[in-house]
Design a protein around this ligand. Structure first.
Ligand code: RIB
Ligand code: CA
Length: 311
């Protein structure tokens, strides 16, 4: 079976944790390594969480700690959504292996250099590490086949009225990525707000009745409560695994190739992704923007991964 080699850059975070499980347990993905970035929690917390999810998955891949602050030095953990540990809701196993001695960007560069195939970078947190990689190792761009990121929105934001959290955390990094000249796919709130953890999905997870599915249920119930409290959403959107799912089956999303620019200066709109669906600005198309999700295809993949993890 043809696999897609990926590096997953993330800020676990409940939905990042599910993206790790999908990356480990779907046979069409070859997870080369995990790099972490601060976002859903401080860098130490999200890095420990990445190691704990690897322990839960009983997997060992290189994990390296990445940027603790944005390119301009901004750092903020969104404790309101993911909790004190940045992954509250269920007891997680202790890490079973050590972090890499090199940092996240160095691990990305090492994996790209060593791979005998082009590699897809999947980013489900702020894009700081990816931007630094592109600037510090321009010679490695030829080893990157595709950048898929969860972030942004063609409509409203979630961290501010017009900025989605991952982009808001590091707009300069997002600007570097969308204008990198590489194939870039954006999974923004438009598509991820269709990846809802509904009552029926919880019932399917309950039926699995494994140690892993019970932990996943605990994590997702915490996630659901914060989305209900903060956004009055009855079912929480499982953002990050969408970025992995489209690599497994491109038909899981429908995309449009349009011009996307990042607002860097707006007093109220900094961090907004300006998605020019109707080509009103005349900008060159640079990003494939996912706008529609095949709910059943997505959840079949996600539930199968959790089931595999429990075996
Ligand atoms: O806005 C949602 C995104 O921000 C997700 O990636 C979530 O994990 C947080 O990082
Ligand atoms: Ca994330």
């Amino acid at each position: 079976m043809e696999t897609t080699p990926i590096i997953l850059d993330c800020d676990p975070g409940h939905d990042d944790a599910m993206a790790i499980l999908l990356s480990v347990f779907n046979p069409k993905i070859e997870l080369l390594g995990i790099t972490t970035v601060s976002g859903n929690g401080a860098i130490e917390k999200v890095t420990q969480n990445a190691l704990r999810i690897c322990a839960l998955a009983k997997t060992k891949v290189p994990v390296a700690k990445g940027a603790g602050v944005s390119i301009l030095g901004q750092a903020e953990a969104s404790v309101e959504i993911h909790g004190e540990t940045a992954l509250d809701g269920a007891p997680l196993p202790n890490p079973t292996f050590e972090l890499e001695k090199i940092n996240g960007v160095e691990l990305m560069a090492k994996l790209l250099s060593e791979s005998n195939r082009k590699v897809t970078i999947v980013a489900t947190g702020p894009l700081t590490n990816v931007a630094i990689l592109l600037k510090a190792y321009p010679e490695l761009k030829k080893k990157i086949s595709h950048i898929v990121f969860m972030g942004g929105s063609a409509g409203r934001g979630n961290r501010t009225p017009y900025a989605e959290f991952n982009i808001w955390m590091d707009p300069e990094a997002a600007d570097i990525v969308v204008n990198s000249g590489l194939p870039v796919t954006m999974c923004g709130l438009d598509v991820t707000h269709q990846a809802l953890v509904t009552k029926e999905i919880f019932e399917k997870l309950e039926k699995q009745n494994t140690e892993v599915s019970k932990i996943v249920i605990g994590l997702l119930k915490f996630f659901a409560q914060t989305y209900l409290d903060v956004f009055e959403m009855p079912d929480p959107p499982l953002h990050d695994p969408v970025a992995v799912a489209l690599l497994i089956d491109p038909t899981v999303v429908k995309t449009q190739f349009v011009n996307v620019e990042i607002e860097l200066d707006g007093k109220y709109t900094r961090g907004a992704t300006v998605v020019d669906i109707f080509d009103r600005n005349g900008g060159k198309p640079n990003v494939h923007v996912a706008l529609e999700l095949d709910f059943d295809k997505f959840w079949n993949m996600m539930l199968s991964a959790v089931d595999e993890a429990g075996k």
